[in-house]
Design a protein around this ligand. Sequence first.
Ligand SMILES: NC(=O)c1ccc[n+]([C@@H]2O[C@H](COP(=O)([O-])OP(=O)(O)OC[C@H]3O[C@@H](n4cnc5c(N)ncnc54)[C@H](OP(=O)(O)O)[C@@H]3O)[C@@H](O)[C@H]2O)c1
Length: 300
Amino acid sequence: MGATANGSSAQPLSFLIYGRSGWIGGLLGKLCEAQSIQYAYGSGRLENRASLESDIASVRPTHVFNAAGVTGRPNVDWCESHKVETIRTNVAGTLTLADVCKQNNLVLINYATGCIFEYDEAHPLGSGIGFKEEDTPNFIGSFYSKTKAMVEDLLKNYDNVCTLRVRMPISSDLSNPRNFITKITRYEKVVNIPNSMTILDELLPISIEMAKRNLTGIWNFTNPGVVSHNEILEMYRDYIDPDFSWKNFTLEEQAKVIVAPRSNNELDATKLKQEFPELMPIKESLIHYVFSPNRKIPVA
Ligand SMILES: NC(=O)c1ccc[n+]([C@@H]2O[C@H](COP(=O)([O-])OP(=O)(O)OC[C@H]3O[C@@H](n4cnc5c(N)ncnc54)[C@H](OP(=O)(O)O)[C@@H]3O)[C@@H](O)[C@H]2O)c1
């Protein structure tokens, strides 16, 4: 028998994961293998209720993980010109999966986004005052964020859903173009704003533990504190490439090269830190999980 079982049953853990071909979904499968957790990827499409019911009937999971969604390629600007496709997966699809899980008495761990807030008067940049789980989203500048905020609000009514507000995800795989570090090292110019971010190497295992504990509700799923673009690029220069240099530009200049505005914010990670006291502050986690293992420059 598995050490931890879902609620009332003593069934061994069995995870059903959506997002097989995606970044987060791919990493989740590897983590399950490393932890010898039984898992299967869902073959259904989120907006197709019958296909989800069929996955659940054949896999008989103890928990469902949703790492499926549209994020846009090359970036979220895609959602501005593909609104129906964005709604189909991120709104209709996510709600359908939550509802099917509810009917099957299953906890759904949902990788959502924290890009639904922006610094404001009550949470100014540099203040250390982050948005809390109960705060109402105040950023609807992009269609992607607007729909994610709507869905988060509706999902509050599902007591089986664990909403994880992921932000600017980073992993130790610096060759992955989705990695926030890889993205900003490849941009011609970058803004320089402190933000809350999610170190996947540290936090994805925590999300598995959250499933084992059957945690639900909204969670700011970021490392405590903030880090700026320049602070990350300085670490990149100091650990990976001594010749690396970059150019900054302002938010106004950035606005000219993107379609939709982007969110910048600090999320308050106190709730997650209380549940997982070992959670590292963002800059420590960056060094520990990303830059030290990838170090190219010998320690002086
Ligand atoms: N990456 C980020 O910057 C970021 C930041 C914050 C939050 N998140 C959230 O985290 C989640 C996962 O992100 P990710 O970066 O891993 O995404 P990703 O690499 O773009 O992968 C998305 C996955 O979703 C699947 N998918 C898309 N539409 C689907 C549908 N209708 N039914 C079933 N599967 C569908 C895709 O499969 P197909 O190729 O078969 O469509 C793919 O496997 C998303 O909801 C995203 O909003 C991401």
